[in-house]
Write a protein that binds this ligand. Sequence first.
Ligand SMILES: C[S@@+](CC[C@H](N)C(=O)[O-])C[C@H]1O[C@@H](n2cnc3c(N)ncnc32)[C@H](O)[C@@H]1O
Length: 273
Amino acid sequence: MLGHERFYQDAELYDLAFSYRDYAQEAAFLRDVCKTFRHGAAPERFLELAAGPAHHALEMIAHGTPSVALDHSRPMKRYGLRLARERQVKLPYLVANMESFKLDRKFDLAASMGCSATYLLDDAAVDRHLAAVAAVLVPEGVYVLELPYPAELEAQTQWEVASPEGRLRVEWSEVRHPAAAGYRHAATRAVLAFQPRRGREKRTEVTSVQRFFTVEEVRAAAERSGELTLEAVYGAHDRRVKLDDERAWRMLCVLCKRVPAVREERVRLLATG
Ligand SMILES: C[S@@+](CC[C@H](N)C(=O)[O-])C[C@H]1O[C@@H](n2cnc3c(N)ncnc32)[C@H](O)[C@@H]1O
């Protein structure tokens, strides 16, 4: 099994490791972005890609937006559905590759959060992904891509979280820079050490190659798709935080699907009378 995928097989451990995140606030940011780029309209249908536990989809459902989750990990699907049952909500959850999925429904808002797109290692993978996303967005639909802040590559991050069952220590670090033509790849090592209240520590250590994007690479990928444009980049889950703000710690890219040319012309003619 490949690197971090081993870690994603233990969906509950993943969820504990990232339990410090404020999913309600992240989902509120997604709704805010949707309203900003869709003329004040709240999202009608939300698609969470590489959804993991699908917290964003669950938050959207709690706010009345029907949502669908997609991930290629079956354990993540099982875990996401367990969370949905606990909240007594219906969550359609598809096991599929975010590079090649097809859906018969359209969405006005989609997102891949938690830097999942860093697993799209080359431009061909990114292009397949954006083509699949564009195909399920309505015209002027919005896609939010959460990516690492460009400087994060240099950093080593450590944190601890507690649960009723024990304590989890997480270390996330870059271990080397394999040379890959034209791409900013880094091998990132994740160490998870879970100390249960009783018994021995359980340690999981996985290393995986991830791609770190620049804004220009995201803009170029959107342009190559022929259907999407990069409309904004924020530095946190808050539209007031721009990428050069000292509070910036992530790179949240907002891509919008273009209106088909014929409709654009009709809108222009109507506007000019
Ligand atoms: C860092 S987790 C993020 C999960 C979730 N988006 C969040 O914000 O917590 C990355 C997720 O991407 C999924 N993933 C990675 N590559 C994928 C692919 N090609 N297609 C679908 N899911 C993928 C993994 O299974 C994992 O659940």
